[in-house]
Design a protein around this ligand. Sequence first.
Ligand code: IPD
Ligand code: CA
Length: 294
Amino acid sequence: MVRVPENSSHQAHASSASDPEALRAIAEQLAAEAAELVRQRRAEVIEGQARDGAVSTKSTATDPVTIVDQESEELIRTRLATLRPGDSILGEEGGGAASTTGIRWVIDPIDGTVNFLYGIDAYAVSIAAQLDGTSIAGAVADVPGRRIYSAARGHGAWQHGPGGKPERLRCTTETNLGHALVATGFGYDPARRAEQGSIVAHLLPEVRDIRRIGSAAIDLCLLAAGRVDAYYEHGLHPWDWAAASLIAEEAGAVLVTPPADSSGSDGIVTIGAAPGVAEAFQGLLGEAGALRAL
Ligand code: IPD
Ligand code: CA
């Protein structure tokens, strides 16, 4: 992983304001730092004695947020204010820049908060840099897996395991949709969930199997790593997909993402698939009535 020195902000900003590789290095560094905080604070807050008042809910009673989500986002925002003082920021917990002009950092401080709460090992920190609404760099830290996925537009997608050499990511060469392992997810709104349930029932007999892992960012990184063949979900927020969709695309996947200024409430579908099944997968989603917003 590339280390970003504390005092490098001025040089980095002046020489590489929108250089994808420089932005990727920052995203990786900050995702790693936030992942470390999430690991430590989970032990203290969720497993330890400090749980009282640490968990509340957001959009619905099943949509949790914890003080660790807030602390992780705060750490990333503070570091960006030093390293990239002129850029705008949109974060899941703190909100922010609706405008997609210029460089905008898009942060999910914990993607997979339900897994984080229950101790299921699939949650991540996701950080993307977008230029005029297009993701050009991003990193997703798989917190329990101590693994970082990252990409810079035009420079490929990579995985850094604990202590190992970076490995280039490639999605699968699967060509038979009937053999495709498909990941998906469900939003927190019960009415949307009912429709998502009908769609998944249509897909299930037509593919190898379905996975509901519980983190959209990890789903898309698994697509990049060739560990699932396709992914779709309605109603993602920009912070769910901004980094990981670029990682999947740079690994060869075919992506359909919502407009950068859409919000989860628009119910637009995000689709990613290995190239050999992408057309058939979109056809199947069309038959299932899944190409519309829910
Ligand atoms: C959620 C996860 C989940 C997906 C939901 C997201 P959160 O994000 O990515 O897999 O199905 O749509 O909202 O709430 O854990 O940050
Ligand atoms: Ca999320």
